[in-house]
Design a protein around this ligand. Structure first.
Ligand code: FAD
Length: 564
């Protein structure tokens, strides 16, 4: 017993269902025949021969977001009678109208059912002629149902706890991959209904229900990536170029590498877009006078790279780089490896952890590193605190101010002048519900299962204040996560990768450099391994410069391949 639906059914094309359940095959066929004749064009008529079968079909329809208009259940069925069936069906599809089919002798039971399962109608058998006895009843029920909330929810659904770090990560992952989703809390009625339909409970959240109705219980990023149609495995063993990191620099390198005929693979740890993917509005990138959201830019770049022939692999973490003769080998966290003639390291930077004691306990439960766009809807009409004085903090403040009650930017410096672009400072000054608390820092955080209070210290006045706060977004500078390159390529004291002329020691060749020629401009201390973007020592930390370095690194890859 299934409720089939084409994979590419659009929500508009999803027909609401009328489900009939009767254990007598003859009666069941007759009811369905009559229903189909009159309602088949606009409604999907689903037939089941037992209560449990019908409940399975209803669970499947729930997961697929298919609306159910009417349930027609026979009263006398073995195992589970019609009233018991309707009682359980209500938990899944509370808005479906409930009709009980009874013999004359069972009228009393039917009347009792009006109270037990809030029955909408009982229909006496036989219902011939249907024009007189069946259709007027069903017409009236459909009319009543059409007045209730029944819009099909066919996009991906996530059910999770309000304050759960993993639920927040899953939302962020889907958002960064441009996958629209609907979020339900596990303790709200529809969330609970979806969990029941998925055969699980609130202890096993988050649950992601795909548009096709498949329930993924506590999925990993790699599982999600596969289900949403992203590549997680390279198709070849050997490439001309491996690009590590899918931010602007990596995507730029992949676009130019593939378009210039290099067999190119880009490997990304989470979702493409990098830091830029978290930006609500990039206003200083060439060619976008009205600004562009980071996720739009990332999506276009990813599609462009793929269209030009680059393989884009996500949810694969690179943890090692080795030199094996002419080959450069990249090792993944799961032990797999991949070889190429050349490598571009474009791994960018990550937010530094905030030092306030206990802050890690609330990460994902009120404290967020970046993620302002994903969480914006959840902090509507609430007070929000943002720590940081750079453009990323300013953009988040402007974005959140549209829906939040108030936004407070907490910054250690006396003003934003030295750390934020002038255009953003001006925007902030003109928004009434944004306040800047300068000379300040967050010293402690507190709460129960989620963040409830923060203590702010004013270093100029030497005073402290504890305020109620459920939302704290941290944009506090960044560090390159390049420990995995230790002992392989030269890095500076902060972990940024040194390249080209900066490697020279006293104007001579870098130590251990094996070739006659000096390193190319973006070449690291290992020939054939290049660097681009924010991870490059002393780089500009801008989208345009990252994209530019990605393109330039490809030009140098060609030079290396022509003459190593
Ligand atoms: C919120 C925000 C707003 C910003 N706004 C602007 C703006 O308006 N204008 C502007 O010019 N700049 C802006 N920036 C800065 C800009 O986004 C960065 O300079 C740019 O993204 C750097 O690109 P990148 O490719 O070098 O690194 P990143 O964007 O950091 O990308 C690096 C990628 O590499 C991946 N990675 C890291 N390590 C590994 C590994 N070991 N294996 C596999 N993958 C790995 C990461 O997951 C990441 O996706 C903003 C930054 C932020 C955070």
């Amino acid at each position: 017993m299934t409720a089939p639906r084409d994979r590419n059914d659009s929500p508009a094309a999803v027909k609401p269902a009328i489900l009939s359940v009767d254990d007598d095959p003859g009666v069941s066929r007759a009811v369905v025949r009559d229903l189909r004749r009159r309602y088949g064009e606009k409604y999907r008529i689903v037939r089941a021969q037992s209560g449990p079968d019908a409940l399975d079909a209803l669970r499947e329809m729930k997961l697929r977001g298919q609306p159910v208009a009417i349930l027609v259940a026979d009263y006398r069925m073995p195992g589970m009678d019609g009233i018991q069936f309707l009682e359980q069906a209500m938990d899944l599809h509370p808005y479906a109208r409930r009709v009980l089919l009874t013999a004359y002798a069972d009228t009393d039971a039917a009347i009792d059912a009006i109270n037990v399962v809030d029955l909408d109608h009982y229909l006496l058998k036989p219902w011939d002629p249907p024009e007189e006895k069946l259709y007027p009843v069903i017409d009236a029920q459909l009319e009543a149902w059409l007045c209730t909330e029944h819009r099909p929810i066919t996009e991906t659904k996530i059910v999770g706890h309000r304050w759960s770090a993993r639920s927040s990560e899953v939302r962020e992952f889907l958002a960064r991959n441009q996958l629209p989703y609907r979020w339900y809390m596990s303790d709200e009625p529809e969330g609970a209904r979806l969990l029941e339909a998925a055969g699980t409970d609130a202890d096993h959240c988050p649950v992601v229900i795909t548009a096709e109705g498949e329930a993924l219980i506590e999925p990993t990023d790699a599982e999600l990536a596969t289900r949403v149609g992203l590549n997680t495995t390279p198709s070849k063993d050997f490439y001309d170029l491996i690009v590590i990191g899918g931010g602007p620099a990596g995507l730029g390198a992949a676009v130019y590498g593939a378009s210039e005929g290099l067999r190119t693979v880009l490997v990304e740890r989470t979702a493409t877009g990098g830091q830029a993917g978290q930006s609500s509005r990039i206003e200083n990138y060439l060619g976008f006078p009205d600004g562009v959201s980071g996720s739009q830019l990332a999506d276009r770049a990813r599609r462009q790279a793929s269209k030009l022939g680059a393989e884009v692999i996500t949810t694969r973490d690179v943890v090692g780089l080795e030199v094996r003769g002419a080959a450069r080998t990249v090792r993944f966290a799961d032990g797999d490896s991949l070889d190429a003639h050349t490598v571009i390291v474009a791994t960018g930077v990550m937010y530094r952890r905030h030092p306030a004691p206990g802050i890690d306990d609330y990460t994902g439960r009120g404290v967020y590193y970046g993620s302002a766009m994903t969480e914006a809807a959840r902090c509507a009409n609430e007070d929000v605190y943002i720590v940081g004085g750079a453009n990323s903090a300013g953009q988040a403040a402007v974005y959140l101010s549209r829906t939040s009650r108030s936004v407070t930017i907490v910054v250690r410096a006396p003003s934003l002048e030295n750390s934020m672009s002038h255009y953003l400072i001006q925007q902030i000054e003109n928004i009434d519900n944004i306040t800047v608390r300068s000379c300040s820092e967050v010293t402690t955080v507190a709460g129960d299962d989620h963040l409830e209070r923060i203590t702010l210290r004013n270093n100029a006045t030497d005073t402290e204040e504890t305020v109620d706060a459920q939302w704290l977004f941290l944009f506090i500078g960044a560090a390159p996560g390049t420990e995995w390159l230790d002992g392989v390529v030269v890095r500076d004291e902060r972990g940024y990768v040194v390249a080209g002329p900066d490697l020279a020691i006293d104007g001579g060749r870098p130590r251990g450099w094996p070739l006659e020629r000096p390193p190319h401009h973006l070449e690291t201390s290992v020939p054939g391994v290049f660097v681009a973007g924010d991870v490059h020592a002393d780089s500009a930390k801008r989208v345009a410069s990252a994209v530019g370095e990605g393109a330039m690194a490809v030009m140098l890859v060609h030079r290396y391949l022509a003459k190593p």
